[in-house]
Write a protein that binds this ligand. Structure first.
Ligand SMILES: Nc1ncnc2c1ncn2[C@@H]1O[C@H](COP(=O)(O)OP(=O)(O)OP(=O)(O)O)[C@@H](O)[C@H]1O
Length: 606
């Protein structure tokens, strides 16, 4: 990390914070063209003579040992699976080999460990609004948390709960619904898994309804369903669920599109108490009569706003309202994200009952564990700037975000030709290619991952020390999620963004984010904000984040239902007004505390 910061300092940057490419370093820099329309990322007059030939790629098939989650140890029930017998939870036997596989060793860098700033989470202001908010816990202890779960939490080397976990555990234990918004990397997965599993371990499975599946077709009756937007994310949640369900009666299962459905159905036949699913594949399985949602006690929507962005709302509504899902009020529903635009809160109104709205830190804010840098780089200089940044011999992994699949392939080609160990992940790659790319990145075999938005959310990859926004996203919430791939669990990280005139649509939001996280704001960003305000009525203009990401019930529920596509173009006074949003609590009691608890299919280097 230090090397990355150092390298940034060594870049050739002019007095305004603009990147100076090598061919201009001895001469005068041409004036920036803020109306630059060149958005191709081309390297005309090329610095490195980048050649789009795909000849550099092949798939050397090194990663055959990648575990696709369904091939894991749980394929058959074994003596380390627990059981629910006569109203009691009987944990399975311990198994050293499985523990090593699930929890690794403290020295293994492929398992995330909490960083030096973990305790700083205690200083983040919390706001929990709604009626009768339960008292937060301060430690992982019984009886709030069930004994076996506590053992598994210990095996995972989690010593104390993160803020979102401190609240979510008692909220769910008290039978309440929850909408939770907490910064990236602050433990939201545990925030829903811990309480759901703890309650499930305590209370056991719901008896199957009569006529629950014929001899010819077995039907799954999960107790908990977790929906998330991408295959990678559901796989990751499933991996976490495997850890915390170890030796329990709860058998986790994962289903997602792009992989053979028959295999997933077979896997479900072996038991499916906690189902992690993408909405599309879950709909499909419901239509095939393979799953019933009649026994669902817990429904979790993770990265709910992203699911709506991806157009999943009809499927989600069909799953939740149009099938046999236990109704609102009889099930508990939890929604989690690091950003919460208005449309999500409308979904909450329909899916949740008398819920608690929890926010950890300002909604949509970034972690101060991430050092954010913004560099002015014209499109044609981006590759050169990237090479300069990468020249640092940092040990960590670097994630590079671009806006298009095509550019992801092109840039990966380019990096490979410069002898970098790069690979790519984007929506045009096959599922197995995506899995191999991620596995290579996780293991460090490829230390550069070029990604489109598909990798922006939720992915928890230890040792990502640097996130580079080669292209800034057009939605500032996406920026928050992207840079959140580093600086997780109290670890530190660096995020560098290349900014130029094409990004003025996010400039306000970007400045707000930087200021909130006490980061340096370069003068060119202030200038761009000023310019973007002209002719647009001052602060109501460009790139400002909307302030809908507070509990809308505090505003009398007064949002219109129309979808706010702009997020970047919208409401006035966003940052300032929302910084004191915890002060009114018209929806009921409000707990606020600072310290209370403290299409190429070959994009890879091999
Ligand atoms: N109580 C804890 N103690 C130590 N580490 C933790 C704790 N809870 C979670 N972690 C670790 O912190 C990392 C980030 O957690 P997680 O992926 O749940 O974050 P998140 O809030 O969901 O992030 P995102 O918004 O990016 O999805 C994970 O590696 C997880 O293992």
């Amino acid at each position: 990390m230090a090397e990355v910061t150092q390298q940034f300092n060594n870049l050739n940057i002019d007095e305004n914070g603009g990147y100076v490419p090598p061919h201009l370093r001895n001469g005068s820099r041409p004036r920036r063209n803020n109306n630059n329309n060149n958005n191709t990322g081309s390297n005309e007059g090329g610095f490195f003579g980048f050649n789009r030939s795909r000849g550099g790629f092949n798939n050397r098939g090194k990663y055959n040992n990648y575990n696709n989650n369904n091939g894991g140890y749980r394929q058959q029930r074994s003596n380390f699976d627990g059981r629910w017998v006569d109203g009691k939870h009987v944990p399975g036997a311990r198994n050293e080999r499985v523990e090593l596989q699930l929890f690794g060793t403290p020295e293994d860098p492929s398992f995330q460990s909490s960083g030096i700033n973990f305790d700083n989470y205690d200083d983040i202001p919390i706001d929990a609004s709604g009626t009768d908010v339960p008292e937060a816990i301060t430690e992982f202890t019984a009886p709030t948390l069930e004994g076996l779960l506590l053992e598994n939490i210990k095996l995972a080397r989690f010593t104390k709960p993160t803020p979102v976990q401190k609240y979510s555990v008692p909220i769910v234990a008290n039978g309440r619904d929850l909408m939770a918004c907490a910064q990236t990397g602050s433990g939201k997965t545990g925030g829903f898994l811990f309480p759901v599993l703890s309650e499930s371990f305590k209370n056991g499975p719901t008896p199957l309804p009569e006529n629950s599946g014929s001899h010819y077709q077995r039907k799954a009756y999960p107790t908990a369903v977790i929906m998330a937007p991408t295959r990678e994310l559901v796989s990751q949640i499933f991996d976490e669920a495997k850890k915390f369900t170890y030796r329990s009666w709860v058998k986790p299962c994962v289903v997602y599109g792009g992989a053979p459905i028959a295999n997933q159905m077979r896997e479900m036949d072996r038991g499916c108490d906690l189902l992690v699913a993408t909405p599309g594949r879950l709909s499909d399985l419901l239509e095939r009569g393979k799953i019933s949602l009649a026994n669902v006690k817990y429904l979790v929507l993770d990265e709910a706003d992203r699911m709506l962005d991806m157009g999943f709302e009809p499927q989600i509504r069909h799953i939740v309202e149009g099938c046999d899902m236990t109704p609102v009020g009889e099930r508990q529903t939890l929604m989690f994200s690091a950003t919460f635009p208005a449309d999500i809160q409308h979904l909450a109104r329909d899916f949740l009952s008398d819920y608690i709205f929890l926010s950890v830190g300002r909604v949509g804010s970034t972690s101060e564990n991430i050092t954010q840098r913004v560099l002015y780089v014209e499109d044609e200089d981006k590759k050169s700037a990237l090479l300069d940044l990468l020249a640092a011999s940092d040990e960590g992994l670097t994630l590079i975000f671009v806006e298009t699949k095509r550019l992801a392939d092109q840039l990966t080609d380019f990096l490979i030709m410069q002898n970098f160990r790069a690979t790519a992940i984007h929506g045009d790659r096959t599922q197995s290619e995506r899995e191999r790319a991620l596995a290579a990145f996780r293991s460090g075999a490829a230390n550069l991952l070029v990604a489109t938005a598909v990798a922006a959310r939720g992915l928890d990859i230890p040792n990502v020390t640097h996130v580079i926004n080669f292209d800034l996203p057009s939605d500032i919430d996406d920026y928050v999620h992207r840079i959140g791939r580093t600086g997780r669990a109290g670890n530190t990280g660096v995020a560098t963004a290349f900014f130029n005139g094409d990004n003025s649509n996010v400039v306000r939001g970007l400045v707000e984010i930087l200021e909130e996280a006490n980061q340096e704001v370069p003068q060119f960003l202030h200038d761009a904000v000023r310019d973007s305000g002209r002719g647009r009525g001052g602060r109501s203009g460009f790139g400002s984040r909307n302030n809908s990401n507070r509990d809308y019930r505090k505003q009398g529920g007064g949002f219109s239902r129309s979808r706010d596509n702009s997020r970047g173009f919208s409401r006035s006074n966003s940052a300032k007004s929302s910084s004191n949003w915890g002060s009114s609590a018209s929806a009921g009691s409000s707990r606020s505390t600072n310290n209370g608890w403290g299409n190429s299919s070959s994009s890879s280097w091999w």
